[in-house]
Write a protein that binds this ligand. Structure first.
Ligand SMILES: NC(=O)c1ccc[n+]([C@@H]2O[C@H](COP(=O)([O-])OP(=O)(O)OC[C@H]3O[C@@H](n4cnc5c(N)ncnc54)[C@H](OP(=O)(O)O)[C@@H]3O)[C@@H](O)[C@H]2O)c1
Length: 322
């Protein structure tokens, strides 16, 4: 049977944090969770836009300022959440940028890598202590079809290289990092026997603020045509995130996306991902690099690195399809 928001179990008593909840897919994700009774923390870089979103969403919400271009802001947001709450059931790492005006973050990282990967990596590490012992708790990381154009090769020099502000590959690399992170996190949570699990989702294509960035000129006609013919509204594009966050039948490590038109639109179903996103050694290297660059170390015992994930995309830890 096709999954729809009507299948979201009652979320009363659960606390969810959604980053980038001021608009687009994040707002719809927050709305879906609040509508089923969750208390939703809207983590937004503008308190004003966050409050406006909270009014539109209704239900039980609060707003926390989070600017992922600044690790200092990430630390302050995490401290605020830890002060206010003694546990977290859901963390949806949704906020993201594509071709934004700035080329580097406050900490000197390439803007896509900094905002889309390093910021969420740090935020998750700083909040995970509120989740690891909470039964049913989940971290959902929002990736993209564009992870397929992202090549690996993560290193400190590239993380600081601003050459790719308008680069499709830089955006793709940050989204590949999202998938590698989500899977390595799942591996580490499972190895540590934590109650929390990590999943990933991608929304397909949706005409949100993401597309207002300064795209390379050659890409603009393709983008306009793609959005006209393939895209789905943000309410629909939020469904993979909502299902990943709430479907009790999904195992850790699952990756969801739209069912139709090459994954651009449709009902949320298990999605396939690139071979690079299943590179076990790359995800362990990215983890070490991310700890080094952010200064945020996850409080896990050391874990063994499995030899390889099978090419079929079946994750050895969970049995989820990749
Ligand atoms: N739309 C698509 O077709 C598509 C396709 C694939 C993947 N995605 C992914 O879906 C996620 C949501 O994107 P969207 O389409 O909903 O785009 P959007 O409408 O532009 O929303 C992005 C959200 O992220 C927030 N954000 C941007 N920079 C931030 C920062 N430095 N710190 C904190 N928050 C920040 C934005 O806040 P402001 O309101 O302050 O700008 C906004 O709330 C992203 O991870 C994106 O990569 C989208």
């Amino acid at each position: 049977m096709t999954w729809s928001p009507a299948r979201i179990p009652d979320q009363t008593g659960r606390i969810a944090l959604v980053t980038g909840a001021s608009g687009g897919i994040g707002l719809e994700t927050a709305r879906g969770l609040a509508a089923r009774g969750a208390h939703v923390v809207l983590a937004c870089r503008s308190i004003r836009r966050g409050r406006a979103a909270a009014e539109r969403i209704g239900g039980s919400t609060e707003v926390v300022r989070l600017d992922l271009t600044s690790l200092d802001s990430v630390r302050r947001a995490a401290a605020q959440v830890r002060d206010r709450h003694d546990r977290l059931d859901l963390l949806v790492n949704n906020a993201g940028v594509m071709f934004p005006p700035a080329s580097r973050t406050e900490d000197g990282f390439e803007i896509h890598f900094g905002v889309n990967h390093l910021g969420p990596f740090a935020l998750t590490g700083l909040l995970l202590g509120l989740m690891t012992e909470v039964p049913g708790s989940r971290v959902v990381t929002v990736a993209s079809l564009a992870h397929r154009v992202g090549l690996g090769g993560f290193d400190a020099d590239r993380a600081r290289c601003a050459a790719g502000r308008r680069s499709v590959r830089a955006y793709g690399r940050s989204k590949l990092a999202n998938l590698l992170f989500a899977r390595e996190l799942q591996h580490r949570l499972a190895s540590a026997g934590a109650a929390a699990v990590s999943l990933a989702a991608h929304p397909g294509l949706s005409p949100t603020g993401l597309w207002h960035g300064d795209a390379p000129a050659g890409l603009r006609p393709v983008v306009a045509a793609g959005l006209r013919w393939l895209a789905q509204p943000p309410q629909q594009a939020a469904l993979p995130s909502l299902r990943a966050a709430t479907d009790p039948d999904l195992p850790g490590g699952a990756y969801l996306g739209p069912s139709g038109l090459f994954g651009s639109r449709g009902a949320p179903v298990p999605a396939r991902s690139s071979r690079a996103s299943r590179d076990v050694a790359a995800r362990a290297r990215l983890w070490r690099l991310s700890e080094e660059l952010t200064g945020v170390r996850y409080d896990f015992p050391p874990v063994s690195v499995p030899a390889a994930e099978p090419a079929t995309g079946v994750c050895p830890v969970t049995g989820a399809r990749g």
